[in-house]
Design a protein around this ligand. Structure first.
Ligand SMILES: *Cc1c(COP(=O)(O)O)cnc(C)c1O
Length: 457
């Protein structure tokens, strides 16, 4: 088990200046305040209101190209599939499709979204521990690139469905390499006690079973050991085990064409050092260079996380004996990561004047009736007054996709910036939309009498 992380010392937080400097797509201007790419964030907040997600398309494109260049430079045959669950907005998916990325999907909804955004079926990989029958039928009908199988039970299920449809699915076995990715408990996926993947010791027998079954053709292996991975060591350990397994399978006479190495590359939320794509590429090369396999990677967070932020307004500042609470109009229903994973997000005022005032500690909280609705504790911020606006940084991944309507709060609007232009890519829904699909039963419209038979012993 990963040791519970020690609470972060606010004295070691990066300063507002350091947060801006470390993010090349952000800048602060004497009149316009905080600017994303070439758009002042205050003009978006003025026009669209808050809370609003803002994504930088130029930033996403630059990251996609950086990653691709690093993979290409490794000299390996590596293909990148964007992990749709990190941010599944159609505008984001079509951006990565246009950059030549495939997609990694985990549900029928994501599969249909990826297709709607123009990702070709033969560039789609389907992962997930519980794929529904209807999702699998769709995947088989569309002849997607690959289905990553997570259990012996699922292999039998896919074989039966595919054989009945007269299809042969390309399947990879997702193995659980039993390595600790050193990340938060809730986003670690590659240890023996996690629900994901096929136990390493059972993989070779299951591969043989797959080779014998109708409707499936085993093409390789897959692994995904977790998310927000901050060192290369867990990757090195997992890939070494995968490479060993490729040798074992080939020695037993099986064809292994492809290894899907998953996602998980971390980003510097708190300006901490994290591996670069070049480092990951070197580890891939180290593990697989003499194996003649086609590699896949499935980055999500790394591509979109730093390219997005959540704009929020200060409702009021509440001063108590021991603390100053800055209460925002964004809450944990919008961005749940701090409540769910104790994650640290940079918070910057967006007005030019607020960016230069002296700072003092404040707790930044949302309006929701839960104590966990807290974005930051003892954060050094200027004395923000009511109506001041802030940007919660690095919110492009696992932000809007994880939001809910808790406390009857509609989902926030979404905006995409591209250079000096910006577009609303998702409207803020009217409040009435929250209950438009609800029904109140009329009195006694239906009866379902109890049989009153005794319960079986
Ligand atoms: C979530 C997930 C990813 C993406 O993880 P990131 O940490 O966002 O890069 C990739 N592959 C699979 C199978 C996943 O479940």
């Amino acid at each position: 088990m990963a040791a519970p992380s020690a609470p972060l010392d606010p004295a070691e937080d990066p300063s507002l200046e350091e947060l801006v400097v470390a993010r090349p797509f952000l800048s602060r201007h004497a009149f316009d305040g905080l600017v994303l790419e070439d758009v002042p964030l205050s003009s978006i907040a003025d026009a669209v209101g808050t809370p609003t997600w803002v994504y930088g398309a130029g930033t996403m494109r630059a990251r996609a190209r950086h990653l691709r260049a690093a993979l290409q430079a490794s000299g390996m045959d590596v293909h990148a599939h964007y992990a749709v669950k990190a941010n599944d907005h159609l505008a984001v998916l079509s951006l990565f499709a246009a950059e030549g990325f495939g997609a990694d999907v985990v549900s029928e909804g994501e599969l249909r979204r990826a297709r709607a955004a123009g990702v070709p079926a033969d560039r789609i990989v389907f992962s997930g521990v519980g794929k529904s029958v209807s999702a699998l039928r769709l995947a088989l009908g569309e002849e997607i690139e690959q289905i990553n199988v997570e259990s012996a039970e699922e292999l039998e299920m896919i074989s039966a469905l595919a054989a009945a449809m007269g299809r042969t699915a390309r399947v990879a076995l997702r193995v659980n390499p039993d390595v600790d990715a050193g990340t938060h408990e809730k986003i670690s996926t590659g240890r023996a006690q996690d629900k994901f993947g096929i136990p390493f010791a059972e993989a070779a027998a299951l591969y043989a079973r797959a080779a014998a079954l109708p409707g499936v053709r085993p093409v390789g292996l897959a692994a995904h050991i977790g998310s927000q991975i901050e060192t290369l060591e867990p990757y090195r350990a997992a890939f070494a085990r995968l490479a060993d397994l490729v040798h074992t399978l080939r020695a037993a006479g099986h064809a292994v064409e492809t290894v899907d190495c998953g996602g998980g590359l971390g980003i510097p939320y708190r300006n901490q050092p994290v591996p670069r794509p070049e480092g990951l590429a070197a580890v891939l090369r180290g593990a697989f260079h003499n194996l003649d396999v086609r590699l896949l990677v499935e980055p999500g967070r790394w591509l979109v996380g730093p390219a997005g932020l959540l704009l929020a307004s200060v409702i009021l500042v509440k001063q108590t004996e021991g603390a100053r609470f800055v209460v925002l109009d964004a809450g944990m229903n919008d961005l749940v990561r701090p409540a769910m994973y104790d994650s640290w997000h940079g918070i910057l005022p967006i007005a030019a004047a607020d960016l230069v005032l002296p700072v003092e500690p404040a707790d930044v909280v949302g309006p929701i009736c839960e104590s966990s609705d807290t974005f930051a504790r003892r954060r050094r911020l200027p004395p923000l007054g009511p109506a001041a606006r802030v940007a919660i940084l690095d919110a492009g991944a696992y932000g809007a996709v994880m939001s809910s309507a808790y406390n009857a709060r509609p989902r926030a609007a979404e905006v995409m910036v591209d250079g000096d232009r910006w577009t609303v890519i998702r409207e803020r829904p009217p409040l009435e939309a929250l209950w438009a699909d609800e029904h109140v039963p009329a009195p006694a419209t239906q009866t379902a009498p109890l049989s009153r038979a005794p319960a079986p012993a």
